[in-house]
Design a protein around this ligand. Structure first.
Ligand code: ADP
Length: 643
């Protein structure tokens, strides 16, 4: 029996593994880099060992250090999660040489599946259907061009060592082939140290359907249903579901048995995923096998009731498979949405910074959140920008999808950009709802998916006004006092979506504001939204998504200071880290005084006071990562007339 496990990973997957290992009574050992000293996985593990500096190459990819820690901490086994060292054959061999069990397959299986072309040669021998193409060792450019011309276009060039959509190029015409070949080779070399490629027929609008397989050391192999992961952007999965909709029982069984056959062809042990492309005519082709636990494994757990991590630990301990094929039943439907720190409206640019506010939907046995972060944690630029996985289950696909949309709506996060509203637009897209799935679905509907979700402007402004009015802040309370008249109306200026608006609101009759929620009362209805106030800005989480409204400094006739719009909000000029703060709350400063130092790209930028004033709030600590435009501190401008 395995009594202790070192988790050679971070973030949500480390937390996920810890959960199951603890439930089995195992001692859990985390590792962490400088960026993760306070991370959730470190808090959850029984013990945590320091690895090194934040960059992965100096921490989570340091096989030697991780192995040394495993030995010193007397870990029985190492769980690699996904990514990092999970498919690194040398690491597996090094663990085994030290009598530490690696939770995953043996070295040959990883090596055989590590190269897309080697895998295809083995799969051909095992009679597994493959996309027609060339996957030979001869990499001569002219030969590849000839093979391509013979095959016809469009076709796909793939780096043999590629992964995560990298090193892949679609070629539409013979004349473009060599240019794309050079590009795929360059990417393969840069990312995976291997410039070899393969070419295959490019299927137009296929589905990505993958099968979860599991094998033990006693000759048993099973499939635990399938997943559809067709919703992809740049070949990366966005929303996954189980089971893959619309598959006949026969096709499901056929693909399942083919997947087990593929795994057994390489003497596979443990959890693995066999990925197929499913064409519109029902033919399916082996694409690759991932020799690890996948990001999207929870949807399979939801529909099978199996704890895949627990199975991994049992099988690694030499036990036989807990269930055999006939005992594995699929029930209901599950979706997983990957919540990323990225801005879909800015070409999915990753967003780093601190999570200032986090409210998650309530979880139960049918709504699950796998995450590695808490409120006030930072999303650093060092690792994958995934914040959380939201997984829902219901009796059928329609209900599950409705549940996913609602849960996404209840996921309120402020501080960094996220793809939550984008995920909701995808989840509510007609074609998606009708399961008209194919790998180009996001691209096909990009105009709709990449436009901001429409909001009711009046409601947004009124709710923001209520929040600004009823959470008094120094500047505003003075204004309120000045503005209160018989009807209790308050007037002020705000900015929403780049436009200035003048609001006139009566907070005593217009609604109520509680700690997290604002309720707007209109003659026809009551409208609710979540909110977060940060300085002069309000983030609303309405039924339609996130909206940001900021208070402008009152205009001259409203208020006695004449200054530029919003001069009190001092914001970060770019993504970086706060390396010094020269002022403290309550301190009086003069225009031009240095307030803070932000470092980005190894250069320091001094933040100075735009006006004379008093520092009334500082929102970050030295050492924090800050993202562009986030408010760093608030300066209460000194009233000219009071001087
Ligand atoms: P990676 O290892 O980089 O993830 P894969 O080989 O798994 O690359 O392919 C990733 C995605 O690329 C697939 O899910 C699918 O959307 C698309 N794809 C791969 N091969 C083909 C093909 N022959 N025709 C059409 N699309 C393909």
């Amino acid at each position: 029996m395995l009594k202790s496990v070192l988790i050679a990973n971070r973030g949500e997957i480390a937390c996920r593994v810890i959960l199951s290992a603890k439930a089995m009574g195992m001692r859990t050992i985390a590792v962490y880099s400088d960026a993760d000293a306070d991370a959730l996985h470190v808090k959850q593990a029984d013990e945590a060992w320091y690895l090194g500096p934040a960059p992965a190459a100096e921490s989570y990819l340091r096989a030697d250090k991780i192995l040394a820690i495993a030995l010193e901490a007397k870990a029985d086994c190492v769980h690699p999660g996904y990514g990092f060292l999970s498919e690194n054959a040398e690491f597996v061999a090094a663990c085994q040489a030290q009598n530490i069990v690696f939770i995953g397959p043996d070295v040959p299986a990883i090596e055989q599946m590590g190269s897309k072309s080697a895998a295809k040669i083995i799969m051909t021998a095992a009679n597994i259907p493959l996309v027609p193409g060339y996957h030979g060792a001869d990499q001569d450019d002219a030969l590849l061009q000839r093979e391509a011309d013979q095959m016809g276009y469009p076709l796909l060039i793939k780096a043999v060592a590629g992964g995560g959509g990298k090193g892949m190029r679609v070629v539409d015409a013979s004349g473009d082939f060599l240019t794309h070949l050079a590009g795929a080779r360059r990417e393969g070399l840069a990312s995976f140290g291997n410039s070899d490629v393969l070419i295959e027929k490019y299927l137009v609008a296929p589905r990505h359907v993958e099968v979860q397989v599991f094998c033990d050391r006693h000759g048993n192999g099973v499939y635990l249903g399938d997943r559809d992961c067709s919703a992809q952007r740049r070949h990366q999965k966005v929303i996954e579901e189980a089971p893959a909709p619309g598959l006949s029982d026969d096709l499901r069984k056929l693909m399942g048995t083919t997947a087990v056959q593929a795994a057994q062809a390489i003497d596979y042990v443990g959890a693995g995923t066999v990925e197929f492309l499913l064409d519109s005519d029902g033919s399916y082709y082996f694409m690759e096998m991932n020799t690890r636990l996948q990001v999207e494994h929870p949807v399979t757990e939801m529909v099978t009731g199996v704890d895949l991590v627990a199975w991994q630990l049992k099988v690694a301990a030499g036990q036989p498979m807990p269930l055999l094929q006939a005992q594995i039943k699929l029930q209901g439907h599950a979706f997983e949405a990957r919540i990323y720190a990225e801005d879909p409206l800015q070409d999915f640019q990753p967003s780093t910074g601190t999570i200032n506010h986090l409210r998650q939907p309530p979880t139960d046995q049918h709504i699950r959140i796998d995450t590695g972060v808490l409120e006030s944690d930072a999303i650093s630029p060092f690792y994958d920008p995934m914040i959380a996985k939201l997984i829902v289950w219901a009796e059928d696909r329609t209900q599950a999808l409705a549940k996913l949309d609602l849960a996404l709506q209840q996921y309120h996060l402020q501080g960094i950009a996220t793809n939550i509203d984008f995920l909701r637009r995808l989840a509510t897209l007609d074609d998606f709802a009708q399961a008209k799935l194919h790998t180009g679905i996001i691209e096909q509907h990009q105009e709709l998916l990449l436009s901001p979700s429409p909001q009711d402007q009046h409601q947004v402004l009124a709710m923001a006004g209520l929040v600004l009015a009823q959470t008094p802040q120094q500047q505003f309370s003075q204004l309120t006092a000045m503005r209160l008249n018989q009807t209790q109306q308050i007037t002020f200026n705000v900015n929403y979506l780049g436009e200035d608006h003048r609001l006139c609101i009566d907070p005593t009759t217009a609604g109520t504001v509680t700690q997290d929620q604002v309720l707007l009362q209109t003659p026809q209805q009551q409208v609710k939204a979540g909110y977060y106030r940060h300085g002069d800005c309000v983030t609303l989480f309405t039924h339609n998504g996130r909206a940001e409204v900021s208070l402008l400094s009152p205009s001259v006739d409203d208020y006695s200071i004449s200054n530029e719009a919003d001069s009190g909000s001092i914001c970060a000029p770019m993504n970086g880290s706060l390396i010094a703060c020269m002022v403290s709350a309550g301190q009086v400063v003069a225009a031009g005084d240095a307030l803070m130092l932000v470092e980005a790209m190894k250069m320091e930028h001094t933040i100075t006071a735009p006006t004379d004033g008093t520092v009334d709030e500082i929102y970050f600590n030295v050492g924090d990562l800050v993202s562009a435009d986030v408010q760093l501190l608030h300066l209460q401008p000194i009233n000219v007339e009071e001087q």
